[in-house]
Write a protein that binds this ligand. Structure first.
Ligand code: LMR
Length: 332
């Protein structure tokens, strides 16, 4: 059944806005990563700029590191207007739209610049409005980075992963990706990844460098394959009833701040991931496996059937639009 905006959530949203005549509007921004990651620093910058430019009118409370909500609970809390801003990874939205699953298709994008191009084009931008019927409005795409495969044994060829269990986000595409190479997967909240790797419940994972380093996952994963096989980016989202009932003069300032913070996050994410990769290497805990072009192509070919499997539900036009942003396709 399609999720609907309940009357209660609209009333709550309106109440929190009308209360601002006397009290500042409170925006609760919850996320699951540490503060020194692209998303963590974006949330902190958003808070600083809002409080500088709308003093006494808007207060931002940031709850990092799953201190308020686990990723699995975030979006329903947003729909109840218990929090007003989130930036879940794009893998977390499949309950509300199948279209965003395009970002989970393995090896679809050549690099982060291609992802960026897609997000800025019309087909990408329209995805920000893909969850309006569920009361969720997308404000921007924020980058983290491309995911790397990590495990207790070296993964150089696709069949090296056979029989291993990987921790995954709430995504059927990612589940199919691992099934495709003979591995199994477990959907777990981000806050449980370290514990699951430590206890051996799962043997592998897939994360961008900043999430690996900031959560010390490398200390539990002796091998990390620099696979760059999938995207871990975010959509900054709000409760649409809350967002559109903000006084116009305030919303305009907030939208300007969102643009500024988005620019800053997206400018810095890649450099931050490179720096964290170096820190992982320097820590000496894990061997970093670099794939040759042929080896990467073998992984890509092994996982390509997953594109076909999900093309109809994502929309062939969206998959095609994403595919054509790659450098190779553009003849660069
Ligand atoms: C994950 O669960 O791996 C990511 O969604 C965490 C994050 O928000 O970067």
């Amino acid at each position: 059944m399609k999720p609907i905006i309940t009357l209660a959530s609209v009333v709550l949203a309106l109440a929190s806005v009308t209360a601002q005549a006397a009290d500042p509007i409170v925006i609760k921004f919850s996320h699951v990563v540490t503060e020194d990651t692209p998303k963590g620093s974006g949330a902190a910058l958003f808070k600083r700029l809002v409080e500088e430019r709308l003093p006494g009118q808007v207060v931002v409370e940031v709850y990092p590191n799953s201190t308020l909500l686990r990723d699995a609970d975030e979006l329903e809390a947003l729909r109840r207007n218990e929090v007003q801003l989130l930036a879940p990874s794009l893998a977390n939205f499949q309950k509300y739209t199948k279209q965003l699953q395009v970002f989970d298709l393995p090896f679809l994008f050549d690099d982060q610049d291609s992802v960026d191009r897609f997000q800025k084009r019309a087909k990408g931008k329209q995805l920000l409005r893909s969850m309006e019927s569920s009361g969720i409005i997308g404000l921007a795409f924020w980058h983290n980075g491309l995911k790397q495969l990590s495990a207790t044994r070296p993964l150089r060829r696709p069949n090296d992963a056979a029989g291993l269990t990987f921790r995954i986000q709430q995504s059927s595409v990612i589940e199919a990706q691992f099934a495709q190479i003979g591995a199994t997967s477990r959907m777990l909240p981000f806050s449980e990844v370290y514990g699951a790797l430590q206890s051996g419940t799962v043997k592998g994972a897939e994360n961008p460098w900043s999430n690996i380093y900031s959560k010390k996952l490398h200390t539990l994963q002796p091998y990390i394959t620099e696979s760059n096989h999938g995207v871990l980016d975010y959509m900054l989202v709000s409760n649409s009833a809350f967002w559109f009932s903000l006084p116009h003069s305030i919303r305009v300032v907030l939208e300007g701040i969102v643009d500024e913070v988005t620019y800053s996050v997206n400018q810095q994410a890649e450099a931050l991931n490179k720096a964290e990769r170096d820190r992982v290497r320097q820590s000496g805990t894990s061997e970093i496996i670099t794939l040759t072009a042929e080896e990467r192509e073998a992984w890509r070919n092994a996982m390509r059937p997953v594109w076909k499997q999900f093309e109809a539900e994502i929309g062939a036009d969206i998959v095609k639009a994403a595919e054509t942003v790659n450098r190779k396709q553009q003849g660069h």
